[in-house]
Each structure stands twice: as C-alpha cells, then as structure tokens.
Design a protein around this ligand. Structure first.
Ligand code: SF4
Length: 155
C-alpha cells in the first residue's frame, strides 16, 4: 500500500469516526428509515458532502454492485431505492443525512451541537484536496468516476 493510499485510508477512517462520534451525542433522534429527508423536491434541501463523505458514499455504492448513480427524474436522492423506499448506502450515508431536518425524527441538530464534527469533516476535505461541500449527486458521481478510474480499494 502506497503512502498516498494509506493517507487516503486514514482520512476516510476519520470520516467514519465522525459518524460514530455523532451517535454518541446526547440528542434524541428517531430516524427509522423514514426517507422523508431523501425527497429533495419536497424538502427543498439537498445534502452537501465534503470529499471524504463523497468517497465513502461512492465506495458503498460500488459495494452495492453499482458503478454509477441512477438518474433521478423525480427530484429525490439518486441513492433512494424507489422499489423499497430505502437508502442504498444507509450505513454509509453522509453527515447531512444523519443530522437531518426531518421533523418526525426530531428536527435538525443545532449547528453548535455538531460544529466540532463539521470542522473535522472540513479538515478531512482539505486533506483530500477537496474544495468544500458539494451537492450529493455531483459529489458522489465524481467520486465514483475517480474510484472507477483508479481501482480504489473497497473497505
Ligand atoms: S444518501 Fe441515503 S439517507 Fe441520504 S438523502 Fe440519499 S437516500 Fe436519503
């Protein structure tokens, strides 16, 4: 494994650590795969992903046997499975999908409650050469294209 690859793996491990740390926050959440927040046409809000989040999501998409995102004609997230109503990458869903604005699940986290975690994701973004958060579809599509070209390892 090259140093570059190890650096990337370390950075992605930090993203996973952020996700794990979020679970420990003493804020009641009740996300039970409601998927209301996945329907951007209804919410008017689209998750914005840092580069590390997008790379993890892309790996999960590949692990699910896909190499590209299905086109979304209804304005919902391209990772929302229309036949089951579930997220294709739920275990690896981005930070915004975990701190979502779904009222039924408890509403959004206050920024102050997760600001330290946001800063950590931003630090990973810089470390990976990212240029800040991007809308989920473009961010994951680009990460898929790069990982497909490089043969990036799956976890
Ligand atoms: S990544 Fe998954 S949880 Fe997040 S908006 Fe898309 S379908 Fe919903």
């Amino acid at each position: 494994m090259t140093t570059h690859t190890q650096d990337t793996e370390d950075a992605l491990a930090e993203v996973r650590a952020v996700y794990a740390d979020l679970v420990q926050r003493p804020v009641h959440r009740d996300c039970v795969l409601r998927t209301g927040c996945c329907r951007f046409q209804s919410t008017g809000l689209t998750p914005q992903l840092t580069k590390g989040e997008a790379m993890l999501a892309a790996r999960a998409v590949r692990a699910a046997g896909r190499t590209r995102l299905a086109p979304s004609s209804d304005g919902a997230c391209p990772l929302l499975l229309r036949d089951t109503g579930r997220c294709l990458i739920y275990a690896d869903r981005p930070f915004g999908c975990r701190t979502h604005f779904c009222a039924a699940a408890g509403g959004p986290y206050a920024r102050r409650e997760v600001l330290d975690l946001i800063r950590r994701l931003e630090a990973v973004d810089r470390r990976l050469g990212g240029d800040g958060p991007r809308a989920i579809e473009a961010a994951v599509a680009d990460a898929l294209a790069v990982s497909g070209a490089s043969g990036s390892p799956r976890r």
